[in-house]
Design a protein around this ligand. Structure first.
Ligand SMILES: Cc1ncc(COP(=O)(O)O)c(C=O)c1O
Length: 368
């Protein structure tokens, strides 16, 4: 065998690794990014100053238990800090669940059109990924999800509300799902966009995670809290599951400056009002953009998130990909959804009123 043939062989495929999309000839760094659902208004009060101050201690390891952060999360959301799992973004917690509960031969289940990360978790582990059908265009079908459970199902991921769909399951649907599941199947309720949608459903998820032994809910400070670059998310589960997940996470998974930023924001007395302002700004921008695009012939399902989906009209004479380019030429970066099999759909993050007006105008003027 030649030396070339004997190099390490990745057990992966390139297409799954690459999440970066190219836009030939356009410098993406100069565009307003409306493609990854960031907070267009800023960072939660106190976070930035705390992160900068914590840099003075950069030579030290952060608290590996992240106890002060867990207590701050527990204090804000009224949960036992021992039941909190801090993550390097909530993305990491989604990954840890798979690592703790699934192995090759098992199945991970999620509704079709789910957040791509769920499939990636299964793929990393060599676990079979199973999708249940959606109802209508993109709504989660709770009964179909229940029906898709097999003796091999170990973990079910449900983003609520979903990405890329922006659609949600209500409290009653969540309760029905939990009641129907075998107790040995872990249900992950990923509520990354909780602050923008059905607050009752998010509260139900948090409640279920505390009273059921097989339910975990995940939240993030990346979206409404405006801390995406700091990487901080958290999960809540019963004590036994939280202990298992905490044991599996990297001990330095949340850096010192990030822990400090999270603690400062969670403890800042201005945060609740600031967050309510962000929610309202997102709802206003979502309404403005959805209304204008609908009037022009785009199909825009109601969204519970800080983004909307828009279907390019069949007679538009322009593809979703060409629209992404046109919008980029106007200074805004949006996302096509062909990787989800939604070839004629765009996903548009909600930003400032000026950017929403501009985005709507470009998308409308591109139609015949
Ligand atoms: C549905 C959903 N869950 C989880 C995440 C992960 O976010 P983070 O790792 O920044 O907490 C995202 C990010 O876009 C998301 O859309």
């Amino acid at each position: 065998m030649s030396a070339q043939a004997r190099k390490p062989q990745p057990r992966t495929t390139g297409s799954m690794i690459s999440v970066v999309r190219k836009l030939e000839g356009i410098d993406k760094s100069k565009l307003v990014n409306l493609s990854v659902n960031e907070n267009a208004w800023g960072t939660a009060p106190g976070a930035e100053a705390a992160a900068v101050a914590a840099m003075a201690e950069a030579r030290l390891y952060a608290d590996t238990g992240a106890w002060a952060l867990r207590e701050a999360i527990g204090g804000y959301y009224n949960v036992d800090p021992a039941c909190v799992v801090p993550g390097n973004g909530s993305e990491e917690i989604l990954d840890i669940v798979g690592r703790v509960y699934a192995r090759p031969g098992d199945e991970i289940l999620a509704p079709a059109l789910s957040f791509a990360q769920f499939r990636i978790v299964a793929w990393r582990l060599g676990v079979d990924y199973v999708e249940s059908p959606v109802v209508g265009q993109m709504d989660v079908d709770v009964d179909a999800l229940i029906a898709a459970v097999t003796p091999r199902t170990r973990v079910i991921y449900l983003a609520n509300p979903g990405n890329p769909t922006g659609r949600g399951v209500d409290s009653a649907g969540l309760m029905r799902l939990v009641e129907a599941l075998p107790p040995e199947v872990v249900l992950v309720l990923d509520c990354a966009y909780a602050e923008f949608g059905d607050l009752e459903a998010a509260a139900t998820a948090l409640h279920l995670a505390q009273v059921r032994e097989n339910v975990l809910t995940t939240r993030t400070l990346s979206k409404a809290w405006g801390m995406a670059g700091l990487r901080i998310g958290w999960g809540v589960a019963c004590r036994e599951m939280a202990d298992a997940l905490n044991a599996m996470r990297g001990i330095g998974n949340v850096s010192g400056p990030t822990q400090a930023a999270g603690i400062a924001a969670l403890r800042n007395p201005e945060t609740p009002v600031w967050l309510e302002g962000i929610r309202q700004s997102v709802i206003d921008g979502r309404t403005l953009l959805s209304d204008r695009l609908r009037q022009a012939g785009y199909e825009v399902p109601d969204s519970q998130t800080n983004f909307v989906m828009a279907r390019v009209p069949a007679d538009a004479g322009i593809s979703a990909g060409a629209l992404v380019r046109k919008v980029a030429e106007a200074g805004l970066l949006i996302r096509a959804c062909d990787d989800y099999g939604l070839d004629d759909w765009l996903r548009l993050s909600i930003g400032t009123p000026a950017d929403m007006q501009k985005l709507a105008s470009v998308l409308i003027e591109a139609l015949p």
